[in-house]
Design a protein. Structure first.
Length: 271
């Protein structure tokens, strides 16, 4: 590559990356379940070791199964703090809030049972995440990293619904308890002009929760005996872009796919 081509490409690539990132965020962010972003494979801490923080939002969607399949959705907002050494290792923790929506959780498959509505809907509850990552720079433009992270939701998600069985009305509470997940994956990273970084790779994960309904009625998916919800897909892929802003700040946008699409964004700051 000669100097002339170097002078032309960076600006073009820069605005192309910005356009793609904005397009993904606007078109997918409101229509597409993971515990936040996996983030850039390369660690963001300073070379001598240090702290970086972030504020993030994600919209997550996944297919869970019991005796049948249903879609679980969450909006998540969280703060992130990490400590490590640049380009080598990092450990991090997150604390945040998430809601929970489950499609057809109250859907009755029996003609004698009717429900006032089908979907489970609960507002914000606290969750926490712990994770670690390591990175190996192949050269100044390319690198490979690995990560593992686990999340636990501290509170029960609860929703109430009314219904009737054979003409007799009843009220029921559905509790979703001990919702947790663990993710692990490998990411490849490429550095573009202006320190823009693109990354992606595969991941594996497992998630489950306990579900208990306060009554037993024919046709309902859940009952008074504890049921286990589990994620249907056990592997997926992710892709993202990390874009520098003003000094110390970076914008991270990432999409994940494992049966359904999830997407989120974060603003990070390195101290």
């Amino acid at each position: 590559m000669n100097n002339k081509s170097i002078g032309r490409c960076p600006t073009k690539n820069f605005f192309k990356t910005i356009a793609i990132a904005v397009f993904l965020f606007l078109t997918l962010g409101s229509s597409a379940f993971a515990a936040g972003l996996f983030g850039l494979p390369q660690t963001l801490s300073k070379t001598a070791g240090g702290l970086n923080t972030a504020i993030a939002y994600s919209y997550a969607e996944d297919v869970f199964k019991t005796s049948s399949d249903f879609v679980l959705r969450q909006h998540q907002i969280y703060s992130h703090a990490a400590y490590g050494k640049a380009g080598i290792w990092e450990v991090y923790g997150r604390i945040g809030l998430a809601d929970l929506k489950i499609s057809d959780a109250f859907n009755a498959g029996n003609g004698l049972t009717t429900m006032s509505r089908n979907d489970f809907d609960e507002n914000w509850k606290f969750f926490g995440t712990l994770g670690a990552k390591a990175f190996y720079p192949v050269n100044r433009l390319f690198g490979v990293g690995a990560f593992v992270q686990g999340t636990y939701h501290f509170s029960n998600y609860t929703d109430s619904v009314t219904g009737a069985y054979n003409g007799t009305p009843f009220e029921a509470d559905l509790k979703i308890k001990n919702l947790w997940d663990v993710h692990g994956g490998i990411g490849l990273q490429a550095t573009l002009p202006f320190s823009i970084k693109l990354y992606g790779g595969p991941y594996v994960y497992y998630s489950d929760a306990d579900a208990v309904l306060s009554v037993d009625r024919p046709g309902l998916l859940f009952g008074t005996e504890k049921g286990i919800m589990q994620n249907k897909s056990k592997a997926g892929g992710f892709v993202g872009a990390d874009i520098p802003l003003i000094k110390g700040f970076r914008l991270n946008i990432e999409g994940q796919y494992a049966g359904r699409l999830s997407i989120g964004s974060a603003v990070t700051y390195t101290y």
